[in-house]
Design a protein around this ligand. Structure first.
Ligand SMILES: Nc1ncnc2c1ncn2[C@@H]1O[C@H](COP(=O)(O)OP(=O)(O)OP(=O)(O)O)[C@@H](O)[C@H]1O
Ligand SMILES: [Mg+2]
Length: 468
């Protein structure tokens, strides 16, 4: 048996790598202690063994072909198989050793099974994080972002490139106080996991509500090396909550309006009849004229109250033949009482020979109220004119609302019918108006078309087929 000693004895028994020395017939003639231990084979069992018998089948060809050369830079990754059938991943260098009598091939194999397993674990984890629907961000110890997953990019509207290296503050909505974040920081710096709800702001300025878990990432030495932030998007839920509050508010306004109408309506009727009595009995002409003015104002109040009551009455939800022009007039009446319409005039041009349509009038009133309010809002306080035109076109009834307000940008035009899309200030609009309107109109087999010239104005056209 060939034994390879150096001047200091068998140094290679001290090395952690598996070392195997082969003769030119690819038989093992010597090996180090690590090889015997890792392969689970004694010196007797190893000696004279074909190298193939300890190489996994898939790797044999590659090793055989490398063994044919005497190049000193031969390198490959392969797999050995132990006595118990376990696979060891190895990083293999093959060298030539000039013996006194002849050449030997030396296999120096580094066990990389642990590293391979770590690589695989890492791959699995990174795949999960890359593909989860939960937005995830990782920061370094200074709180600067070093990783965000695609879900995070999607939710925030920012790209990876825009986020990496930045403080998560760029998503701040300004809704939480310094004190709030101070407390969160103290908590996580103490090594604890923080969970809570936060409101951030997306790149386009819209709110992003999430349930957030922040956990410190602790390194080998027990030091905090970064932070993990895992989010769950709860924006829709939050918005629905707000909408619920709003619709409950609307409902209570309705009840209130009905109550007021009742309370105010009765005395108003008494005043009105008294005015008429005095008008009939007096001969004082100037007083008669004043009474006429009073009567007009009383009628105006009565009309407002009637509209309020009509609007707040729950919808019947029954489709009836409906005069669309009447619906448009009702909506106009309601919108014209609004505060914002100062300086805005309405030009109304209704074709009186429209056929009746099968609709729920209350619901359609709501559609026109929203379109008209949007048109009023588009002037942003400036004065101008809103045209309302109805007519028949190509077998369809069309109602156009034309404003000369600020218009809608191309990008926004694709989104205005989405729920919660609004360009208005918080509290000014929830972005549900057009969404709800579109739903109602589609329900009656109709459609809403939009044309707009940014800076010049917009036209909203509601179309209903007469037949169908
Ligand atoms: N006539 C218009 N001119 C300009 N922009 C408009 C017009 N109508 C709608 N928009 C745009 O479409 C967005 C969505 O309108 P929508 O009626 O759905 O919501 P909103 O008016 O913002 O809020 P809400 O109606 O729920 O109070 C508006 O915020 C606005 O940006
Ligand atoms: Mg609106």
């Amino acid at each position: 048996m060939q034994k390879f000693y150096s001047k200091y004895g068998r140094i290679f028994d001290l090395l952690p790598e598996l070392i195997l020395i082969l003769d030119d017939g690819k038989k093992i003639v010597d090996h180090n202690a690590a090889a015997s231990v890792k392969l689970g084979l004694s010196a007797e069992e190893l000696h004279g063994r074909e190298i193939d018998s300890i190489v996994a089948e898939s790797g044999r060809k590659a090793i055989a072909s490398l063994l044919q050369s005497s190049d000193q830079g031969r390198h490959l990754e392969s797999q050995f198989v132990t006595a118990t059938g376990e696979a060891i991943d190895v990083d293999l260098d093959i060298k030539v050793l000039e013996g006194t009598d002849r050449q030997y091939q030396v296999l120096i194999a580094k066990d990389i099974t642990g590293q391979k397993k770590r690589d695989l674990d890492y791959l699995r984890f990174s795949n999960v994080i890359e593909h989860t629907i939960n937005p995830i961000q990782i920061t370094d110890a200074n709180g600067l972002m070093v990783y965000v997953n695609p879900a995070f990019e999607h939710a925030s509207g920012f790209s990876k490139e825009e986020l990496i290296g930045k403080n998560p503050r760029i998503l701040s909505s300004g809704r939480h106080s310094r004190d709030f974040w101070g407390k969160v920081w103290r908590y996580i710096l103490g090594g604890k996991v923080w969970v809570g709800q936060v409101e951030n702001r997306r790149k386009d300025g819209s709110p992003l509500h999430t349930e957030l878990l922040i956990s410190p990432i602790v390194g080998d030495q027990g030091k905090v090396i970064g932070f993990l932030g895992a989010h769950r998007d709860i924006t829709e839920q939050k918005m629905l909550e707000q909408q619920l509050v709003r619709s409950q508010k609307m409902e209570s306004i309705g009840t209130l309006a009905a109550g007021i109408a009742h309370e105010v309506g009765n005395p108003l009727t008494s005043i009105s009849s008294l005015v008429q009595v005095i008008q009939r009995t007096t001969n004082d002409e100037p007083a008669k004229e004043k009474l006429e003015l009073i009567k007009n104002q009383i009628n105006r109040i009565a009309r407002i109250i009637r509209d309020l009551v009509d609007f707040s009455r729950p919808s019947t939800n029954v489709e009836r033949p409906t005069d669309v022009n009447r619906v448009v007039r009702d909506a106009l009446n309601i919108v014209q009482y609004g505060k914002k319409v100062k300086g805005i005039s309405f030009e109304v041009e209704l074709n009186e020979s429209l056929p009746p349509l099968m609709l729920v009038a209350d619901q359609l009133t709501q559609v026109f109220i929203n379109i008209l309010i949007n048109a009023v809002d588009s002037f942003e306080g400036k004065s101008g004119t809103i045209q309302v035109v109805s007519g028949l076109n190509d077998g369809s009834v069309e109602i156009r609302v034309i404003d000369s307000g600020k218009g809608i940008s191309k990008d926004d035009r694709d989104k205005i019918f989405e729920p919660f899309f609004t360009t208005k200030e918080v509290g000014e609009g929830t972005g549900l108006g057009l969404w709800v309107s579109y739903g109602i109109v589609r329900n009656f087999r109709g459609d809403i078309l939009v044309e707009s010239n940014p800076g010049k104005g917009s036209t909203f056209t509601v179309v209903f087929p007469v037949k169908g």
